[in-house]
Ligand binder design. Structure first.
Ligand code: HEM
Length: 523
């Protein structure tokens, strides 16, 4: 091939519409990679001055302030009854990753979807779950929340087996009975919505744990659980007379009740009652009675206030948004009418609960707006370097070129080359900030279920967490909410008692005073 022919064929290839963007892209990627390496080196050298006193640090700590010695910024966090105000102010000032110091612990708070995913999913092995020791001994040190590694994976398989659709679909008629019974008991009364929803959620949790047939010991078990619960947020002082002491005693009794249920099941060889206990008892690698009871108590704890808070918010939001309530009621009435045979209403089925898209969107939007779990806690098990945003830039740039769009540059992406999270520091992914960011959800304070007609951007909607510790009870939670809402909207109307607005935290976000309401039957 002559040089001129060679040159012209290269020109022809280069000018072809497919290759030119690719060459440009490779050149840009190379350029950005070099820039990234240079930035990393710059950070290393700026940190080297401190290397004589501290271990070599490649990256700086995140921006933020650490407050006073030991107490840190605890007062700033608790000076307002709403901790989200503290988080939002910090985020505005320092960006989506910032450091602070709360209750004697240095913390890094993360509120970008990418950083939260990194902590909870892609590098989850570098961050262990962490709870105050008093909470751990109250719920049971062998409960799933506190575990990592093989034991955690084993427990999680057993819990998921009980709470995945196949494990719970058979419970729909039983959950429906529990819902109808609850609604009947509210009829014509002024009730504290949250307290009533707690009773409903507890009954559903016990059903899903002990199965349809288990009725012995249930009252005793509930009474012990109520005492345990009262001590959960108390000062951890284990002296006779204190709430904490009573709670620890109740915890011991709960363990004994679970042991009695296990042994009576073994004697009777009850096999088909279903539920979590059955899943635990049929584990290939047997669990001890203590492990079973720690996890049963833990699951009751995880299932109850969470679901009850979301249900309380749903009742509030539906009451405040008549058009949405109307749409939900119409959807539910259509299902109800399709279930009437010979003037009798048949039980809901699992398939019916899959025909409730509008109601499901209301649940999703409620979980986003209310974000009842504003954040979760992890602890860095070693020094962890959070890479900068160059990685995301690569991805983004590639995407732009691949789809032949005009590349645009978000300068914030050049903002940093990364941060160091030192070993032992707490790390808090801030779910609520992610759910309330206008970048992820336009007009975020507005209750608008229609936004869920399209799926949210990846990692921006995490009401059930993310990764290996994400909520294994999410299918059950959604199911029990749908069943209750079916009967609530088709058969009852409700109104707020008294002028009360506002939020309380205890520890979940809740309408003020648990939302006192009057419910009455429609016909
Ligand atoms: C609307 C109700 C619920 C919400 C919003 C919710 C939310 C969450 C979240 C965010 C986590 C992850 C926490 C973390 O990563 O640190 C979690 C974990 C967990 N949830 Fe739920 N949950 C709900 C209902 C339930 C129910 C009904 C059950 C059981 C029947 C349950 C059982 C659990 C368990 C056992 C874990 C710990 C999982 C592990 O550590 O591997 N939750 N939940």
């Amino acid at each position: 091939m002559s040089p001129s022919a060679y040159t012209s064929s290269i020109t022809a290839i280069l000018s072809s519409s497919l290759l030119l963007p690719s060459v440009l892209m490779i050149a840009c990627l190379l350029f950005l990679y070099l820039a990234y390496r240079l930035a990393l080196r710059a950070f290393s050298s700026s940190a080297s001055a401190a290397a004589a006193t501290a271990p070599a640090r490649k990256l700086p700590l995140p921006p933020g302030s650490m407050g006073w010695p030991y107490i840190g910024e605890t007062f700033q966090l608790y000076s307002n009854s709403n901790p989200n105000i503290f988080f939002a102010l910090k985020q505005k000032r320092y960006g989506s990753i910032f450091k602070t110091h709360i209750l004697g612990c240095p913390c890094v708070m993360v509120s970008s979807p990418e950083a939260a995913r990194l902590v909870l999913v892609t590098r989850a092995h570098l961050f262990k779950p962490t709870f105050p020791a008093s909470k751990e001994c109250m719920l049971g040190p062998q409960a799933i929340f506190f575990q990592q590694g093989e034991y955690h994976a084993r427990l999680r398989r057993l819990v998921l087996r009980a709470f995945m659709p196949d494990g719970i679909r058979g419970f729909v008629p039983n959950i429906e009975s529990v819902a109808l019974c609850a609604l009947r008991s509210w009829d014509g009364r002024m009730v504290n919505t949250f307290q009533e929803m707690k009773t409903y959620a507890l009954n559903v949790a016990l059903l899903s744990i002990f199965g349809k047939d288990e009725i012995s010991y249930m009252e005793e078990l509930k009474q012990c659980y109520y005492t345990l619960e009262k001590g959960y947020n108390s000062m951890p002082i284990n002296l006779p007379g204190t709430l904490f002491h009573k709670a620890m005693k109740a915890r011991k009794q709960l363990g004994q009740i679970v042991a009695k249920i296990i042994s009576s099941r073994r004697e009777k060889k009850v096999g088909d009652a279903g539920g979590l206990l059955r899943s635990f008892m049929e584990a290939k690698e047997a669990l001890t009675e203590e492990q079973i009871s720690d996890n049963i108590i833990g699951v009751i704890f995880a299932a109850r206030d969470t679901t009850a808070s979301v249900l309380t918010w749903i009742v509030k939001f539906l009451g405040e948004n008549p058009a949405v309530l109307q749409a939900v009621t119409e959807e539910q009435e259509e299902i109800m009418n399709s279930k009437v045979v010979d003037e009798e209403e048949k039980s809901l089925s699992w398939a019916d609960t899959k025909r409730m898209p509008m109601t499901s969107r209301v649940i999703q939007e409620t979980m986003r707006v209310a974000s009842i779990l504003s954040f979760t806690f992890r602890e860095a098990v070693q020094d962890v370097e959070l890479e900068g945003r160059f990685f995301f830039f690569f991805f983004f740039f590639f995407f732009q070129l691949a789809f032949c769009r005009v590349p645009w540059f978000d300068l914030r992406l050049f903002g940093n080359a990364g941060y160091l999270i030192p070993k032992g520091w707490k790390v808090m992914p801030l779910f609520r900030n992610i759910h309330h960011s206008p970048d992820n959800f336009p007009n975020p304070e507005k209750f608008d279920p229609s936004r869920f007609e399209v799926s949210p951007k990846p990692n921006t909607f995490m009401p059930f967490g993310n990764g290996s510790h994400s909520c294994p009870g999410n299918e059950l939670a959604k199911l029990e909410m749908l069943v209750l809402l079916h009967h609530l909207t088709t058969k009852y109307r409700w109104s707020v008692s008294g002028l009360q607005s506002g939020i309380q935290f205890g520890p979940f976000a809740l309408p003020l005073n648990g939302l006192p309401m009057t419910f009455s039957r429609k016909i």
